[in-house]
Design a protein around this ligand. Sequence first.
Ligand code: FMN
Length: 324
Amino acid sequence: MKTRITELFGIQHPIIQGGMHFVGFAELAAAVSNAGGLGIITALTQKTAADLAKEIARCREMTDKPFGVNLTFLPTVQAPDYPAYISAIIEGGVKIVETAGRNPQEHLPQLKAAGIKVIHKCTSVRHSLKAEAIGCDAVSVDGFECGGHPGEDDIPNMILLPRAAEELKIPFVASGGMADARSLVASLALGADGINMGTRFIATQEAPVHENVKRAIVAASELDTRLVMRPLRNTERVLVNPAVERLLEKEASLGQNIKFEDIIEEVAGVYPKIMKEGKTDAGVWSCGMVAGLIHDIPSCRELIDRIMSDAEAIIRQRLTGMLG
Ligand SMILES: Cc1cc2nc3c(=O)[nH]c(=O)nc-3n(C[C@H](O)[C@H](O)[C@H](O)COP(=O)(O)O)c2cc1C
């Protein structure tokens, strides 16, 4: 399949694996890229820029296909050393960067000068247009369904994607709630040039996370996510567990007075315990509603091949057949 996204990134299939904290290591990025999609290493999971450089080198040993790095701009007071991370990306010869969080404008000149294509992930049409205006090459449009941070507008992809298509000139991929060929074909119909998946890629053989995490996703239904940190305007969609219930109780009792310090126990530093040690109740962790559509733990190649061959069948048989 050829779309503006496969052309832009030089990949075989229009399927991207979004950056994921403590999931987006070289093993997963390489597996996705080797299967013809675009794998992405998550920069901030690496403690330092030097560690990121090593992770990029490790990924390059595992694949000769294009892969990217995710740079998430966090709403923290003490910002990570972004210029150093960007230098590691440039020196590592990476040609694709997924930015997320804040507007990446101040870092674009450095990235563009190095010939890097930038895909910015955002949750609204206005932020997508801003990304286009500042010179991003593509956007990843993240609907209300998504695992992680859906923003504060709560517009699901059935509306958000065609709205993005109405306004954008640059290519975009549909993100949030994507799991299979039906998601891909629907996204293409709504105007996107491909899909970005997070949660679906965690439940794969190569995702370097504990089996408990993969099993929790397979066991979950579409009813099992919750939105936390809404009163802090840092909304996150997470898989429900006792830590999430505790956090939501605090939100209910403290109301508008809640501060980040009140919930720090449930959110800070919990990812290594969950993803590496498999203590899935140790805190809150991002997960999309799409868990309800995830029933197995295939290899990345099986997953991507299945999406592409089923998509062809949907287009050639089901849809074309309807035209008589
Ligand atoms: C466990 C997990 C961690 C994530 N961490 C990040 C991150 O660090 N930076 C980022 O930009 N997006 C992050 N995301 C969001 C994904 O890249 C992607 O946009 C999202 O998962 C898409 O929705 P889906 O889960 O329905 O596929 C994370 C998602 C999950 C599930």
